[in-house]
Design a binder for this molecule. Structure first.
Ligand SMILES: C[S@@+](CC[C@H](N)C(=O)[O-])C[C@H]1O[C@@H](n2cnc3c(N)ncnc32)[C@H](O)[C@@H]1O
Length: 256
């Protein structure tokens, strides 16, 4: 389910290009994330955009359509799965689907071998080097050591009002992954789960949207209002905090 983002170039990509790029994230999640990135720009939240697990660029291109002046998109992947052609396909997709090649960098390598400075380095060299990261999508290796490592790469680079989005939450193949996130949230009480973006299907799974608690109000009511038709009325509670649940077709079970 595609929703308007308020960003015309992104809306055009989501309508005509998104489905043509091999990948896994849902167009529903891309619409909501695109909306939040546009809102960040309007609120004056400036920073780069990063993704771990860029693959052939389906979600990355959507994020990069939200770049503002001085900002850069950083995509990290081992780029060997399912073949070495993935990186070539990424470059082809990004440039053919409306992103200026000067505005993004693909870093080939495992995040297991990286430090935060490696992640931000391309943005420092090619864009406004004083900026932090304002939107970080983590969609790499889905196990505890790698997710914890990826969060540790993102954390020191984040804008105080930035968003970290985690993919493949609540996926039947990775039942333990949410436990890792809940442990991480308990260890970082300044961060809360703003929203759960529900799955479209088994290969377009749910995402958790994390934000620092003191920035929650910048996003929460806006999501509830903008996507009112997609709000699951019961919502959720993640580690003691109300969490917005957005789902393509909200409904409650009929009980009478
Ligand atoms: C599910 S795919 C990403 C899909 C993509 N984000 C999308 O929405 O279409 C996961 C990607 O993570 C990459 N990956 C796995 N382990 C990694 C690691 N340690 N460092 C960097 N990338 C990794 C894989 O190569 C793969 O391309």
């Amino acid at each position: 389910m595609r929703l308007p983002t308020g960003n015309p170039t992104l809306d055009a990509y989501l309508e005509k290009g998104y489905g043509s790029v091999r990948g896994m994230s849902s167009v529903f999640a891309a619409s909501i994330c695109g909306h939040m990135i546009r809102r960040q720009t309007e609120l004056g939240i400036r920073g780069h955009i990063a993704e771990i697990g860029t693959f052939e660029g389906r979600f990355f291109i959507a994020l990069a359509h939200g770049l503002a002046a001085g900002e850069h998109a950083i995509g990290i992947d081992i780029f060997t799965w399912p073949s070495e052609k993935v990186l070539e396909n990424l470059h082809e997709n990004v440039t053919h689907l409306g992103i200026d090649p000067a505005r993004y960098t693909a870093i080939k390598g495992s995040t297991a071998d990286m430090e935060p400075a490696d992640v931000i380095a391309p943005a420092k060299a090619k864009a406004d080097g004083s900026l932090p990261i304002r939107f970080f999508h983590i969609d790499g290796q889905h196990d505890e050591p790698n997710l914890v490592k990826d969060l540790s790469l993102a954390l020191p680079l984040m804008h105080p009002q930035g968003l970290i989005v985690l993919d493949d939450m609540l996926h039947p193949s990775y039942p333990g992954l949410v436990e890792t996130v809940h442990k991480w949230l308990r260890a970082h009480p300044e961060w809360v789960c703003l929203a759960i973006i529900d799955r479209e299907d088994i290969v377009a799974a749910a995402k958790y949207v994390l934000v620092r608690e003191d920035a929650l109000s910048l996003y929460e009511q806006d999501l509830l209002t903008t996507f009112a038709s997609n709000v699951f009325p019961m919502g959720s509670d993640v580690e003691g905090h109300f969490t917005v649940v957005l789902t393509p077709h909200p409904r409650l079970a009929e009980v009478d």
